[in-house]
Design a protein around this ligand. Structure first.
Ligand SMILES: [Zn+2]
Ligand SMILES: [Zn+2]
Length: 159
């Protein structure tokens, strides 16, 4: 079995043979910045089990020992690569099924934003209730996000 994922625009796709291990959230400041988010969800596998199946990621060495892979066209962060390790990590939000792995731990909690603990009390919105129907129609008809499965060609020919 395998697990697939890729960036938002579909220029970069990857496949993991087998399952990812140690799904976790990293709250370190470098992951916050690299994700543009409050934390980075990551899971890892042996390096040779992870193959890029379309395109080439861009890479940024956030330090001498770690480089981060992303789509150079749309910016989606996908890889966390400790260069001297035999393991490679992928971002769980870039998986085709982001609900496949429930994080089992949180790392670098010393830099976790403090209000995360209060999230259970936030207002909950459903997209369909929150946007006017005409805006939703525009998003649906102009959606350039790659579907959550591998495709033979992308972008697809206009129907
Ligand atoms: Zn992309
Ligand atoms: Zn981190």
């Amino acid at each position: 079995m395998s697990v697939t994922g890729g960036c938002q625009c579909g220029a970069v796709r990857y496949r993991v043979e087998g399952e990812l291990a140690n799904p976790h959230l990293c709250h370190c400041r470098m992951c916050q910045k690299a994700a543009g988010n409050y934390f980075m969800p990551l899971g890892g596998a042996e390096r040779e089990k992870i193959a890029v199946t379309r395109g080439e990621p861009g890479w940024f060495h956030s330090s001498d020992i770690v480089r981060r892979g992303f789509c150079a066209k749309c910016g989606t962060p996908m890889f966390f690569d400790p260069v001297d390790s035999d393991r490679l990590l992928v971002t769980l939000g870039s998986l085709d099924d982001p609900s496949r792995y429930k994080p089992v731990s949180e790392d670098s909690v010393e830099s976790r934003v403090t209000f995360i603990a209060e999230w259970t009390g936030t207002r909950q919105k459903v997209t369909e209730d929150d946007f006017p129907e005409n805006e939703l129609a525009v998003i649906r008809s102009s959606n350039r996000q790659h579907p959550d499965h591998d495709t033979d060609t992308w972008p697809e020919a206009k129907r």
